[in-house]
Write a protein that binds this ligand. Structure first.
Ligand SMILES: Nc1ncnc2c1ncn2[C@@H]1O[C@H](COP(=O)(O)OP(=O)(O)OP(=O)(O)O)[C@@H](O)[C@H]1O
Ligand SMILES: [Mg+2]
Length: 328
């Protein structure tokens, strides 16, 4: 069978990324142009600045992705941009570029949901992984338990009622003075501390999550006890949110009868979370987690998800619009 090459285009937040992926599983190129340095001084992503930088980067990043893959536009079978969820101005840059390209080179346009991309990062890392499985999606904007029934068929079993877990990590980092982006910095500092501070866990009757309570508890503790050990606070926060994630994940595995779990999204790069989830293997659960570089935003995962949309027959027209709150 002929190989299928998808050109993934990702611009939903502060990474401009373009990738070429073969048959949904093999990365031929994955160029990621991060704007972290630009947004660092503002303590978070400034949407207007992100959009402008995507415009500046998108042609250069695409050219490099084709060069790295040693192909030209003619070799591509489908152009697969992220069209949501994300920042509307940022999404529009990658999507408009993809639409113009699709028109100019006469190749199919196939829109991708960014969350579907985070799930697909696992298909690149593990060639043997196939649905059905349970996915715990933990990222900057989302926290969801997803029953992945097929490559393009999903059921959301639980989600956060307030903050996404990545937001909570970033907020904790900011209040203890670690700066942006906070997740990796909390991860690093936590290694020097003890998880000896009791923090509140929120229990909800179903598979939903809530992180605003623990976030507020950390803010208040840090405010009321300015000399509190920051490393202990980070370690305690990390341990408590991980317990919340594991409790709901176990319940979801039990409810669905699934024995395969994949995690995904930027927070799945967290070393403590990765270690704790691997322990589920002792309970007869097969645990998958993407390569570190595929956890945070990148276009290879989008090209992989785009491949599965393409082979299922999904095609979009040039009126495809960015959808900031797109659901799976
Ligand atoms: N080692 C880590 N530990 C904890 N959090 C981390 C780590 N590395 C990255 N993160 C967090 O991951 C988030 C970024 O993930 P990602 O790039 O998937 O988010 P996003 O694309 O902004 O959101 P979404 O995918 O929901 O649209 C940030 O909140 C960041 O702090
Ligand atoms: Mg993301």
């Amino acid at each position: 069978m002929k190989d299928i090459l998808t050109l993934g285009i990702e611009s939903s937040c502060d990474e401009t990324s373009v990738a070429v992926v073969k048959n949904g599983r093999e990365i031929l190129s994955n160029v990621i142009d991060s704007q972290i340095k630009i947004h660092e001084k503002y303590g978070g992503v400034v949407p207007e600045i992100a959009s402008r930088n995507h415009i500046e980067a998108i042609s250069r990043v695409t050219k490099k992705a084709l060069e790295d893959a040693r192909i030209n536009f003619n070799d591509i079978d489908a152009i697969t941009p992220t069209y949501g969820p994300g920042l509307v101005g940022a999404l529009l840059v990658g999507l408009s570029y993809a639409k113009a390209l699709s028109f100019a080179i006469n190749k199919p346009l196939v829109g991708v949901n960014h969350i579907q991309g985070h799930i697909a990062a696992n298909y690149i890392t593990y060639k043997e992984l196939e649905p059905p499985f349970l996915c715990l999606l933990i990222s900057g904007g989302n926290t969801q338990l997803i029953h992945v029934k097929d490559y393009t068929e999903f059921e959301i079993l639980g989600k956060t009622r307030d903050d996404a877990i990545g937001e909570a990590f970033d907020k904790v980092a900011r209040v203890v003075g670690l700066g942006y982006p906070g997740g990796p910095k909390v991860d690093k500092l936590a290694k020097e501390g003890q998880a000896n501070i009791e923090l509140p866990k929120t229990h909800i009757d179903n598979l939903d999550f809530s992180f605003s309570g623990i976030k507020t508890a950390v803010i208040n503790l840090n405010h009321n006890k300015p000399d509190i050990n920051k490393a202990d606070l980070c370690a305690s926060f990390q341990k408590t949110v991980t317990e919340m994630l594991i409790e709901n994940t176990k319940m979801a595995l039990k409810q669905t009868g699934l024995k395969t779990l994949a995690i995904g999204g930027g927070v799945s790069a967290n070393s403590y979370i990765r270690n704790e989830f691997l322990k589920l293997e002792q309970e007869n659960i097969k645990v998958y987690m993407p390569d570190m570089k595929l956890c945070t935003d990148n276009a290879a995962m989008i090209a992989s998800a785009g491949y599965y949309n393409f082979v299922q027959g999904k095609r979009d027209k040039l009126d495809l619009n960015a959808v900031p709150n797109l659901k799976l």
